[in-house]
Design a binder for this molecule. Sequence first.
Ligand code: C2E
Ligand code: MG
Ligand code: MG
Length: 716
Amino acid sequence: MTASARPAPSHESVLEASPDALLVVTEDGTFAMVNAAAERMFGYSREELVGQDHRVLLAEGFRNGLQRLFINLRRDAETAGIALFEAYGLRRDGSEFPGEVACSLLTADADTESAAGVSLAVTVRDTSHRQEADAGLREATSLLTATLESTADGILVVNAEGQIANFNSRFVTMWDIPKELMATQHAETVLRLVMAQLQDPEAFLEGIDAVYADPESESHDVLDFRDGRTFERYSRPQKVADKVVGRVWSFRDVTPARVAQDQIKKAMEDLAEQAAQLKAQAFQDPLTGLSNRQLFNDHLANALCGPYGTAIEILLLDLDDFKEVNDVLGHHAGDEMLIEVGRRLRNCVRPNDVVARLGGDEFVVLLVGSLDPDAVAERIVKSLNVPVWIDGTMLRPSLSLGLASINEDAVDASELLRRADVAMYAAKAAGKNRYMRFRPEMLKTLVERTDMVAGLRLAVDSGQIVVHYQPVVASRLGAVSTVEALARWERDGELVPPEQFIPAAERSGLIVDIGTEVLRRGCTELRPWLSEDPIRSLAVNVSGVQLQHGDFAELVLSIAASCGVDPRQLILEVTESVFFDDDCHVLQQLMTLRSAGVRVALDDFGTGYSSLGRLQELPVDTLKIDQSFVSMIQTGVERLPILTSMIGMAHGLGLTVTAEGVETSAQADYLMNLGCDSLQGFLFSPPVPEAALEPAVARSVNSIAVLREYRVSGEL
Ligand code: C2E
Ligand code: MG
Ligand code: MG
């Protein structure tokens, strides 16, 4: 038997097997027939249903539907065909369920129709499972919407056709897009609005093009807004069953994070800069901006590690009498001066040479591979000695410089520095304002210097301190009216110049005894000369240390008295520095002496830190212009306004002016032309012992006579 030979199922069995409930409702509204599915669906047995009113199976609110339908169907029997509607069924147990109801008129054969009339074939399909699915969908949708709305990100979904498929309200607010525009679903228009807000719309577009070129791709980038905001942009494809149906864009406002990040970055940069500054400061002298000791040591150590044979020189220098600037003019002026010195030092060397301030008024220069270090040292001394105006005062910085070079027996840093230091001391001892190159003999001098105080003490006690006298010529009078007493140390038959022992004597306080000795000797030896003419006077140098002693004035006057010298024939030469101590003692002493007739001369005027402005306040009678100014006169025809103003000012204050160190006729002539009252110098006579004073005075008078004669004839 073949399959095709199988007998067809009967109509009845087909009805019974149908999964939908099949019911036939007669014209009077009762069931004429139901199938098994109807029994299952409603929970009634067939017997119970047949003959039963059909409304028993319809839920409240749906009961009249079928009857109305029946009428309608019968009225339009020709056209109506099948009617579909949804209704709720009512089970035997009282529960309801949704269903799809399909009805069609059952037109029986004409004969049967007349007998049984028209009935309605009704199929009912339980759709409660479908509603469950719908509810699931609704729940999923609401979950999605809630999620979309609750996120802080702005989200936009664009479908494959480029239309806006979904977005959340955050997206709208973030991009400030009108709601109506979003409703148009037109992505292009939205895009334009978006681009107008961006700093770099081109890059934004490129980002979009790149992801659309590769629909599967995911992307992440950062968008900077014109108003300073920053968004992160993420994009990923939207897929349904592995098919890309659109693209999801999400935007996160990271402005606060970016601002914080920028602030951190800025703080880090500031910190780095500060660290660099601190590091630089650690190696920099804050006042002058020069290198400090540590950096200098590093540079020196590096230089010493360099190629063998490289010339390495250290120029160690210390300002002369710097303390006076601080004491008199205050720390501000002192600082200004140090800054100026630093500047000048830098200008004296090559850009790569190291110039450092070691502290206080001590500086050092490191020269590596210099061809002529002596020339550099000389240049430094010269350039430093140029006057500078600070706080209205003319200062003339001077320095003592020691130069030491690396060689076979000085190979390490400490030895080099020691040698430079020794040379610097030698330069100071030799009269300051100069440089000296280290020589091994200086080490001997160093030892001697320590012995010097002991030697000096002995010298004072054993009468080794002698006095030489130098005539001072009164230019208009053509006479020697003053001689200056200058101390000498007669040691082992040699005369030690005062510059070599006066500083040590001052430091040790021995200068008090030496000064007293010079005054006593001077008065004693010159008493005869002085007594010949009351216009004559003896000038004696006095150190500040002596003036510190409260009985100084008394001592001077008592020596003069004991030697029979009129105090009016005494001149005390002091340097301006004695006035630097705010000690009233000094002024008091000088005032006492002056009231007794003693005159006061300001020695070495113009060196160090002279102040023309202060001159007025000082108890002085004479100004002695330092020989460094006199030596500026070389040809005798140059213009030297500084000399003119010094002399003019002194005269204006009622002081007499003496020029020191006059060595040439041109200088004497020049000074006389300026009205300088007295001249002193080798042109007339060097300092000589008392025994040689008379001829020295005679020579001096002679010299001035020649000069005056020449001037008179020149004038004629
Ligand atoms: P000062 O008081 O300015 O003395 C002038 C110095 O210039 C003297 O040096 C003198 O010899 C030198 N001199 C004079 N004419 C000329 C010249 O034409 N050319 C040159 N180049 N030099 C000239 P000296 O005797 O070596 O004294 C140096 C300094 O020592 C003095 O300078 C003074 O400040 C100090 N001194 C000398 N004796 C004493 C003293 O008894 N007590 C104190 N406290 N200091 C003294
Ligand atoms: Mg003097
Ligand atoms: Mg002098």
